[in-house]
Unconditional design. Structure first.
Lengths: 299, 280, 434
């Protein structure tokens, strides 16, 4: 705050309003998110075992040294990145496509909107259990469908080469309804008169899309892509319910590994070190992404 | 010309229906299975018959059984009441913060906003235990405040509100500012009504996220009479052997409120609504 | 900007961790409260809610306890939801161990006894029970509840695993089932599975796609049958055990069964019940499931042994009751009394009525007619004669998980020895074993 020495005399009315506007959110986030996270950082330098809090000792960088030798953790980093790289473009395109498709005046359109949104209303746990039936190599729905087309049978989740891709498809399918809604609310903010004016000027639908819709959605697109990236990095329920991180660690993800180490093996100290490394990694990526997208927006 | 447009409309409907089926099938499966017994569910699972209904003499037997087994209605009321509080407070708190970041100037704005982006990426699993310690030390365990307080503020939704407000033309506020309206008045009387779609969206998203939340409620709530909907449902899964017909009926029941919320907020998504706000 | 964020985070974290210490401390045992009528208040947590018959039984037992000890003890029951892998009850217990707030008595899964005992979260109870009382329990119940020579837990129910078979299919193939006293060897089981396998029916289904505790529960007995285990007797070392000859033999057999198509590596749900498999290796919960498929004519055989030179071993173990380490000194006797009441003969027999699980003690077996005759007599025989508890190890969760991972890796193409060696390496790494 001392940076603004010139204006320091007294906080302007707008400053006070601004601070008042953010105060409730900031206080709540500080108490329920930032402080717990700082405790996690503190724990990462200890041998904290959930069951033996009384025996906790400071161990310096030991956990971080151990991390560099942890082959499963390394594999989970690679897996997580592979997942993010595959799912983000797929899900953004699906969400935008559906939002555009649904944003029109058509009889009964609300039924379709509901349909596209349907996968998101069930919890991920339920959806994951359902999809493991669909993916079952022996009598799953997908193999019987593909079989009638003369394809397969495939092993899907039971083949290390295809398991992660199967989770990508399911995740994009399940999650895109959320982002479709967000795109949809963004579409509502684009003033209709812009389209009317373009129509008068004789612009084609495609030109209208490129020149009005896309720029109009850019702010929301920044959010949507970041939203998907963050969610994708936190992948855990699907592998937990469907593959247990296998086969051969092909679907082990960072957050799953953190959860297992911290809560199943009770090694909260080591798990916290993983969490810290992970958070810093995602933080750098999102900050870079935010810089890039805001640069693009300025141009 | 007219024919062409008609066939285009038909084609659009066909396309929409096909896509809709791809997205709807788990709900259809769930609904259809809720009328079958387990033998029926699993013998049908290999093919299309999984999505075709077959009714027993007592059509709603799974529903009767599940309502007899678990206090679903009570748990739904519990969940509903605390979620409504979170949504109302959350919409105000997050959108005000989002508006401040989008429009107002105040010291430390960039720093705080970057911090916000930073905490957004913290995975819930990594802070769950320290979060519990804080709730415990505040003496809030086994109360709804333990469910409400941590859920109100969300960096994700603050960010979403900010991005949305950035998209609203600033010219709309200029006139009000010239008239000497306060920021608070501009926000509540001008911006909020204008941004209804985003409020509707966040309402839906928060509702679904909390409606489906399981681990956190279990950790902080011990009293059976206070249990949330997922806590009640989970016992259907934990008893071996699982009765899948009952599970499907239970899931169908708890999905209804979510769909109802979604449908009731539909009116804010009518194509072209923005023109009414921005024309003047 | 990035820099300032990171430095702020670090500065803040140091401050907070300095204030809060490292992860909280174990709170002091709670003071004894007394109820209005002067009776001592006790608290108890169980892992089933009242929506299940088992949960209802717990509620009823606690009520009966309060009547019997009116004016002396009064127990308050909390029934907590649990959802398999997605956490719930376990996370809540762990959080209470860290932060305080554990009840006086709570249910623990048999395999977690060692880690809770080692952490002091539960305390020994042998001093409150006579050896005559204890002799009524299945030997494996005592084995599972004993850590470092002391008894920590007792249960009302037990569990067992056997081979369920389709009588019609056996008859058609001319196969005579094994009896409780004379289990098949793996060779005989393989032979039968081969004969029973057809284009649309597997010889046996063994939940080979399971990624959890199921794997160790079903297949550890085959390793124990050869006189070995997956960890050393002190529960710490896996090298030479999990990757030893006995384990290699068992995983090789599993792999062959899947490769030959006698058992599915990815079995469909309920395939035995839908007659897509002639046999099912599964547990005591299965009869309740089979009741939903009335046209399956089924029987039960004992768990197979490795070969004719090895002994018959069967699986066992279930949830148990323990007195918490946070229980106040003057309450311990009352807490132990509550454990006694919750694991009484009546409770154990009631458990069978509630969830069809076999009882933990002989006196309860004799009260339940179903165990006197086939098919359930097989389970009683196994629990009385051949049951061996899973390892009592502080690192059990890691060992079990690594073993399940090894089986999964083998079934998706990895070499048996390589998969088991990897499991040992990972176990050593996760547990800091040199």
């Amino acid at each position: 705050m001392s940076a603004n020495t010139a204006k320091k005399k007294s906080l302007s009315k707008e400053s006070l309003t601004g601070l008042a506007f953010i105060a409730p959110a900031v206080v709540l986030l500080f108490v329920f998110l930032l402080v717990p996270f700082m405790l996690t950082i503190g724990n990462s330098f200890t041998n904290y075992n959930i069951l033996k809090p009384g025996q906790t000792e400071f161990v310096g960088l030991k956990n971080f040294v151990k991390l560099t030798k942890d082959t499963v953790f390394m594999k989970s980093i690679v897996n997580t990145f592979v997942f993010v790289i595959m799912v983000v473009p797929l899900q953004v395109c699906l969400a935008l496509g559906l939002a555009l498709l649904i944003n029109r005046k058509l009889k009964g359109i609300s039924i379709y909107r509901l349909a596209f949104f349907a996968p998101t209303v069930l919890s991920l746990v339920v959806v994951s259990i359902l999809w493991s039936y669909i993916y079952n190599p022996n009598n799953g729905l997908l193999n019987s469908l593909l079989g009638s087309l003369g394809l397969g049978p495939y092993k899907f989740l039971n083949d290390p080469k295809t398991a992660m891709f199967c989770i990508v498809v399911l995740s994009a399918w399940q999650g895109c309804g959320f982002q479709m809604m967000i795109f949809l609310s963004g579409l509502q903010d684009i003033p209709l008169y812009l389209y009317e004016a373009a129509e008068v000027d004789g612009a084609t639908k495609f030109q209208q899309f490129v020149n009005i819709t896309l720029p109009g959605l850019s702010n929301i697109a920044v959010f949507v892509s970041l939203n998907i990236v963050v969610a994708a990095f936190q992948l855990i329920i699907q592998p937990m319910m469907m593959t247990g991180g296998g086969p051969q660690n092909a679907t082990m993800t960072i957050v799953y590994e953190i959860y297992q180490t911290g809560f199943k093996y009770n090694q909260m100290g080591y798990g916290s070190a993983m969490a810290l490394v992970f958070t810093v990694m995602v933080l750098i990526i999102t900050l870079v992404q935010n810089k890039i997208t805001s640069k693009l927006n300025e141009e | 010309m007219k024919n062409k447009r008609l066939s285009g409309t038909v084609l659009m409907y066909v396309m929409l229906t096909v896509i809709a089926l791809v997205f709807m099938f788990p709900l259809i499966w769930m609904l259809v299975s809720s009328f079958k017994d387990d033998a029926g569910i699993f013998s049908d699972i290999t093919g299309v018959s999984a999505f075709l209904p077959s009714f027993k003499a007592d059509v709603f037997f799974n529903y009767k059984e599940v309502l007899g087994r678990i206090p679903l209605i009570r748990a739904m009321v519990n969940s509903f009441s605390y979620i409504v509080v979170v949504i109302v407070l959350g919409l105000v708190v997050n959108s005000m913060a989002g508006y401040a970041f989008a429009r107002l100037k105040f010291p430390g704005k960039n720093l705080i906003f970057s911090l916000l982006l930073a905490v957004m990426v913290i995975p819930a699993q990594t802070v769950m235990l320290p979060q519990f310690s804080i709730i415990y030390k505040m003496g809030l365990s086994n109360s709804y405040l333990a469910l409400i307080l941590p859920a109100i503020a969300s960096p994700m939704y603050i960010f979403l509100f900010r991005q949305n407000f950035l998209g609203i033309p600033e010219s709309i506020e200029e006139a009000a500012k010239l008239d000497g309206a306060s920021a608070l008045r501009i926000f509540f009387q001008l911006i909020m009504p204008l941004a209804k779609p985003i409020y509707a969206t966040v309402t839906i998203l928060v509702f679904i996220a909390l409606w489906n939340d399981f681990v956190w409620p279990v950790m902080v709530i011990s009293d059976t009479s206070k249990q949330t909907i997922q806590m009640a449902l989970s016992s259907l899964f934990s008893i071996s052997p699982v009765n899948y017909g009952n599970v499907m009926a239970g899931l169908t029941i708890v999905t209804i409120p979510v769909l109802a919320i979604f449908l009731s907020l539909q009116k804010y998504y009518v194509a072209g609504i923005a023109s009414t706000g921005a024309k003047n | 900007m990035k820099k300032s964020v990171v430095s702020l985070l670090l500065a803040g974290s140091l401050a907070v961790s300095a204030i809060a210490g490292c992860g909280g401390s174990q709170s002091a045992p709670t003071q004894a409260e007394t109820a209005a009528d002067g009776s001592m208040e006790l608290t108890i947590w169980v892992h089933e809610t009242e929506s299940s018959d088992e949960g209802k039984l717990y509620a009823r037992l606690v009520e009966e306890f309060n009547q019997k000890y009116a004016g002396k003890y009064h127990a308050n029951l909390s029934q907590i939801a649990r959802s398999g892998d997605a956490g719930g009850y376990d996370d809540k217990i762990n959080a209470a161990i860290s932060n305080g707030g554990l009840p006086d008595v709570f249910t623990v899964d048999g395999v977690t006894v060692a880690q809770y005992a080692d952490a002091g979260a539960i305390i020994p109870i042998d001093q409150y029970f006579t050896s005559e009382e204890l002799s009524d329990f299945n030997p494996s119940i005592i084995q599972q509840g004993t850590y470092d020579g002391k008894l920590y837990t007792l249960g009302a129910m037990d569990s067992s695993v056997g081979i369920f078979y389709n009588k019609d299919m056996f008859q058609a193939a001319g196969i005579t089932p094994a009896t409780a006293e004379n289990p098949w060897t793996l060779e005989e089981l393989t032979d039968a599975a081969r004969k029973l396998t057809t284009d649309d029916c597997f010889g046996i289904t063994m939940s080979l796609d399971a990624k959890d505790e199921t794997i160790i529960y079903f297949f550890l007995p085959l390793i124990q049958s050869q006189g070995s285990n997956i960890v050393s007797d002190d529960g710490l070392i896996t090298d030479g055990y999990m990757n030893g000859e006995a384990a290699v033999n068992v995983l090789t057999w599993i792999k062959d069964m899947a490769d030959n198509g006698y058992a599915s590596a990815t079995p469909a749900e309920n395939s035995f019940e839908l007659k897509q498999a002639a046999m099912a290796l599964t547990g005591a919960w299965e009869p309740a499931n089979l009741a939903k498929f009335p046209d399956v004519n089924w029987g039960l055989m004992p768990m197979a042994k490795y070969d004719s030179n090895s002994k018959a071993v069967s699986a066992c173990g279930s949830w148990t009751f323990a007195v918490s380490g946070q229980c106040a000194e003057e309450k311990k006797e009352g807490a132990a009394e509550l454990v006694r009441f919750m694991t009484s003969t009546e409770a154990a027999a009631g458990m069978f009525a509630a969830n069809s699980m076999p009882p933990s003690r002989q006196s309860a077996f004799s009260q339940i007619a179903q165990f006197g005759e086939e098919p359930l007599s097989v389970f009683q025989y196994q629990l009385t004669n051949t049951a061996q508890a899973r390892p009592v190890s502080v690192n059990y969760a890691v060992a079990s998980n690594q073993f399940a991972t090894a089986v999964q890796n083998v079934l998706t193409g990895m070499d048996v020895k390589e998969a088991l060696d990897q499991a040992v390496t990972q176990y050593n790494f996760q547990t800091d074993t040199e």
